[in-house]
Design a protein around this ligand. Structure first.
Ligand code: 2NL
Length: 344
């Protein structure tokens, strides 16, 4: 302890006598006493050699010493003319500040908004619902039999706490909830995130976004479905795009179809995107199965309806020629910055 006191006193008188004649000498003083490998740091390190009884006193002593050195440094700095005022003179205050960067809309949001606006013009309004669903709204009401493969643990994320709960695998569950309200006619689209237990790759992901549409009224026909989707495609991809419907199967629609558009990349001539066929599938659709209507308490003799579902990622990939699904969820700004800036 006494040894430490003597040391500090000796340094104090050395420091007291210090003078600096230039900026360089001032900097040497700072490095020698206050730098990361300077005297103050090293003498602080001697605390560990001090006996436990003396630690408090030694700590105070060392702190006082540190303040003493810092004050001396300020004094020398002041005398050397290196003051705040001179620093200010070397800063050009007329220079513009660092620009704030403007974010950009996510491509999925851009495309989702465009889809919503197209259907809005046809009288569809947007409905949303929960991402955690029960078996009824996600499967049973949609006429999916108990043993249907989509219900498999391999395809669906179940909430382990309650085997009746799961992460919705499509936004049809939102449409079931709307139909159950029994307020007809009904004309809605349901955008939102859905989940499937898939291995992540360039073509598959365990979560993605969907837009489903539903129109239920008296005398709704397959012709209405075709015309609605034809209008959508023309607004989305331009008036020169061609469409074709192929028969398909879904448990919740009868009859069912899939819709293809002429390949935007090669204009139907055949390329890798359309696998040399000239056509790319963009959605599934059909007339709502009478059982589904009845499941929601709707009289299937009085009412008919059509429904359709599409993946937003797929439409976005076609619109912007994006080849890897993973880009949508990795939040790499080099990717995201390429899309239009948020202006409003
Ligand atoms: C696809 C197929 C489809 C529907 C979704 C639907 C919803 C209700 C009743 C009947 Cl509540 N149908 N939705 C119908 C046909 C196809 O999606 O491949 N989507 C990516």
């Amino acid at each position: 302890m006494d040894e430490l006191l003597q040391k500090i006193e000796a340094y104090k008188s050395e420091i007291k006598a210090s003078v600096v004649g230039s900026k360089d000498e001032l900097e040497s003083f700072r490095i020698k006493y206050l730098g990361t490998k300077g005297l103050v740091k090293s003498i602080m390190g001697e605390m560990k050699n001090v006996a436990a009884d003396n630690k408090k006193e030694a700590g105070q002593l060392l702190n006082e010493f540190k303040i003493f050195v810092e004050e001396k440094f300020e004094e020398l700095r002041h005398n050397s003319g290196e003051t705040a005022a001179t620093t200010a003179q070397t800063i050009d205050v007329s220079l513009p500040g660092a620009a704030a960067t403007i974010g950009s809309r996510h491509p999925i949001s851009i495309v989702q908004n465009k889809i919503i606006s197209i259907f809005h013009r046809l009288g569809f309004s947007v409905s949303e619902g929960p991402e955690i669903e029960d078996d009824w709204h996600n499967f049973s009401a949609l006429n999916l039999p108990e043993n249907h493969p989509a219900r498999d643990m391999q395809d669906t994320f179940y909430i382990l706490k309650n085997p009746d709960w799961l992460l919705r695998t499509h936004t049809s569950s939102v449409q079931i909830r709307e139909m159950e309200k029994n307020q007809l006619p009904l004309r809605i689209i349901c955008p939102g995130r859905v989940y499937r237990n898939e291995t992540i790759s360039a073509r598959a992901h365990c979560f993605f976004n969907q837009v489903e549409g539903l129109y239920i009224a008296e005398n709704v026909s397959f012709a209405d479905l075709k015309q609605t989707l034809y209008f959508f495609v023309q607004e989305m991809f331009g008036s020169s795009v061609k469409v074709r419907f192929r028969p398909s199967y879904f448990p919740f629609t009868e009859p069912s179809a899939e819709m293809d558009i002429s390949c935007l990349i090669c204009d139907g001539k055949g390329c890798n995107v359309c696998k040399k066929t000239g056509w790319v599938e963009i959605l599934g659709c059909g007339m709502v199965h009478p059982k589904v209507l009845e499941n929601c308490g709707i009289d299937s003799n009085k009412y008919t309806g059509f429904a359709f579902g599409m993946g937003i990622e797929r439409i976005t990939m076609l619109s912007y020629q994006i080849k890897d699904l993973r880009l949508f969820s990795e939040n790499d700004v080099r990717f995201l910055q390429q899309f239009s800036a948020v202006t409003g």
